[in-house]
Write a protein that binds this ligand. Structure first.
Ligand SMILES: [Zn+2]
Length: 161
């Protein structure tokens, strides 16, 4: 039997919620984020297991985030996803996060997730870049328009074809 474990990001410690979980898994960068928000410290309420995911797990997540167009993930986001991905091979992982980019990637990787306070997204979003001036679709990661030369590049969900 596979035991269930919870991997959490900083929202779990910051937001008000009704989760009755005591033991949680998280990454060093997430702990750093929480320590900088001393006013909201509730760390003593939990049994916190801090693990650093391997470099190869992190590069796996970086690659997946590029495939999906989720390019705004922080170091802490990458770590927490890499950790969830690693532990998911041994345990039944539930990732607790309010971050839509994290949820989107978790869905893509087949990791179960749940929101701490907001509603979870119901479908996967793939992003694309587009020019805010001429409106043309641009290659992912573009910072300027290859058609009109504008530097105003936006991001929108890619439509299913
Ligand atoms: Zn343009």
């Amino acid at each position: 039997m596979c035991s269930q474990i919870y991997v959490v990001d900083s929202a779990f410690f910051i937001e008000e919620h009704r989760e009755k979980i005591r033991t949680v898994y998280t990454s060093p960068k997430v702990m750093e984020e929480i320590r900088s928000l001393k006013a909201k410290l509730r760390l003593e309420l939990f049994d916190i297991q801090v693990y650093m995911p391997s470099k190869s797990s992190i590069s796996f997540i970086e690659k997946a985030s590029k495939e999906l167009g989720e390019l705004k993930l922080s170091k802490a986001d990458l770590e927490i996803l890499a950790l969830a991905h690693e532990l998911n091979s041994k345990y039944n992982v539930i990732l607790l996060s309010d971050d839509y980019s994290i949820q989107n990637l978790a869905r893509y990787l087949g990791i179960k997730f749940r929101s701490v306070s907001k509603k979870a997204i119901s479908k996967m979003i793939t992003w694309e870049n587009f020019c805010l001036v001429c409106g043309k679709k641009l290659p992912l990661g573009s910072t300027s328009c290859i058609y009109c030369g504008s530097n105003d590049v936006g991001r929108r969900p890619r439509k299913r074809s």
